[in-house]
Structures are given as structure tokens and as C-alpha cells.
Design a protein around this ligand. Sequence first.
Ligand SMILES: Cc1ncc(COP(=O)(O)O)c(C=O)c1O
Length: 416
Amino acid sequence: MNKNIAALREEFPALDGRFNGRRLVYLDSACTVLKMKCAAEAQRQNLLLLGGCGGKRSMHSLAAAMEMDFYAARQRVARFMGASTPEEVIFTSGVTDAVNLLANSFPFDPRRNEVVLSPLEHNAVFLPFERLAAAGRIKLRVATLKDFKVDMTGLGGLIGPRTALVCLTHAPNIFGGSQDIGAAAEMTRAAGAYLFTDDAQYAPSHGGCGAAGGADACAFSGHKIGAPFATGALYVRAGLMARLHPWRVGGGTVEEVSFSGGRYRAKYLGGHQGFEAGVQNYSGAAGLAAAIERLDKTGFAGIRRHVSGLVLHALKELEGVKGVKVLGRKENIPEGSLISLAPVKKGFSVPDFNLFLNQEIKGRIVAVRTGRHCADLACLASGYGETIRISYFAYNTPEDTVCFMEALKKYLSLLK
Ligand SMILES: Cc1ncc(COP(=O)(O)O)c(C=O)c1O
């Protein structure tokens, strides 16, 4: 392991913890990454040493210090996401919050009311738009898959003059790999529509998000990069931001509310301020900025190389193992950080295997994710009701995979 990656590993105390007296083999980073000491410390300091209210409400020095800290976090997140200015960043509690905000703020009109997305979208992306479709406000167009990837030719066929928004997961959370955002951005732009990318799985080990590939909006979740829970951000290019209608309104979003001619009028603030209603997660933002800073110090190129190496090693270990099937294209999978396995041996019970990993491995708990991974559309399209997902971050080692493989082979040997 390279020394920068080894030093980064020290940031994650949970790796040395004991759970029911057993050591943790953590292969569930696609669900959430373990948390970093530096992020927790930045959050703690912000809470205890500042603790006042930001957002330009109170004008005393403590409030000003908090607002400056919050702005510094916004600048850090803006650089990470590839935003032109910090004002293109809206703080959210994660991707779910970001997509709900985007879907409900987007200026759909009857002539341009189609949203094109793929069956690889997480429910966090699919459901907010499905609700708008059910309410008759938009039409959904769902692309098809080819070899567990979005069929880009088919996707292109769905994008046209009625398309308002295209939504694509940058790195799918179920079949691994990554998607060609540059090509999607070109098709979207040519049709005069906007592109949103879901960077929940891309940001952690690639660094950055779809803005670099030409997306007009993108989002990531802090807890998936080792930052505090309920942190994250939505990037929106300035031109699109100006067209969004604030969805969640309240304190901090208005210049003033007035009453004249028998009517109340609210004058909303422009830019990100119109979307950050109420008191914000200032301490979470401090933790988020610290996590980004720490990963950047290690270097995302090195993190990506490390994670791709782990995925390649796992694919090799899985070769020739009968009883499970690797889902996805082998040449594409190492571009992501995870592998999904479909149980194909008769008698293979995914819940039983999960119990086996938690209870039957001497001195170890092997933590993986089983089920549909909130990607129901992808499961429906693939024909598999549930999968076993192993996923990686910078702290994993090839020994983690070896431990999982031994457990898998032992479980398979127990089946008749
Ligand atoms: C691809 C993808 N998109 C969106 C989400 C939702 O993220 P959050 O729960 O942090 O809002 C996840 C979480 O697992 C994900 O994997």
C-alpha cells in the first residue's frame, strides 16, 4: 500500500473497532464510508468554539465568524465540485435532498416537460420525478440498458425538443463502473435541455462531479466521503440557478416580505440563498470541507488507482467461482468502486449468507450490502431480485477481499 494511502487509513478509527468482539472487514462503503477523525474534529470545533448563528441574521462578531467559516466551506465545496463560483453551491443534506430540491424547483413548462432518466437511477433520483409524473406535471422517459449499462444510443433517441432535463447516475450503485457524462452532456445541450448527474458514488473515489464533464447540475453526499451524516451539496450552473423557483422557503431566503394593496409579497433572494431556508448545518459544512481537504491531500488520482486496483483484484478472485454471477461489464467495472453478485446456485439464500458473514467467520464480521440497494428499476431490468454488493474505499486492502472470498466459498460449499 502506498504511504499516502496508508497515512489516510489512520483517519478511520472504526477500522480498529470491535463489534461483538469481532474485527470489522468493511466492504460496504457504497452505502456509507466510515467517518474521518479530521471531519469529526472540524465539526466539533465549529459547534463548540463558534456555535453562533450564521446566515447574516445577527450582525455581531460571533455570527460573522460563523458566516465566514460557512463561506470558507462553500468555497472548498465549490472547488471540489468544479463550480465557477461558491454561489453555484447549495448546501443540502445529501443527494436525496438535492434531487427533491431540483425536481420541485425546476421550471417545467407544458412544451418542455419531459425528464429522461435511466433504470440505473437510485430511488433518490427516480422517486422525486416519478411523483411529479404521477401528479401530471411531467412525463418520464426511461432509457434501456445494454449489458448492465445505459444504452447511450437509446438514450439519445429519447432526448428531443420536449426534453427539459436528463438525469444520469455518474457511477451506478448497483452494477458498478461509470458512465460517459461528456456524451450525455453533448446530446442534452444539442436539444436545449439540462443535464443533472448523481455523483453519490462517483465523488468519493474520483473526486469532483459531473460539472467537469459538462453537467448543468450535480450532487454528492458528505457521508459517502467520510464527512458527517446529513451533509452534501447541489451544484447548479448560474444560468440554470437563475431559472429555478425556490421550493423550500423561509428565513434566509427573502430580502423582505411586504404588504400593500391587500396582498403580501415576498421578494426572494437570488442564487443559492433562495434555496437554503432556515438555519443551516454550519458544523456539518465545516466537517465536509475538512473531509474534502484531507482526501485532496492524499490525492484523488492515488485514491482512484488504489480503489480500481482493489476492484480488479476482486474480479480476478471471483473468476471461476460458480454459484454467483458478477453483474456488469468486466472492462467497465474497475472504473467504479463496487461489484454486485447475483446468487445463481440453487439454495443460495442472500439473507442467510448475510447472517453467515456476520456470525460464522472466526473473529471477523464481513460487512457487505445485500438486497436491491435502492435501485429497484435496475433490479427489475436485470431480472435479479437481489444482489450481494461488495464496495471499496481508500482504506480497504486486498486482504479484505480475500476474507470475503473465503467466506463466500465456504458458504457455497455448505449448499447441497
Ligand atoms: C447512486 C446513489 N444516489 C443517491 C443516493 C442517496 O444518497 P443519500 O442517501 O446520501 O441522500 C445513494 C445512496 O446510497 C446512491 O448510492
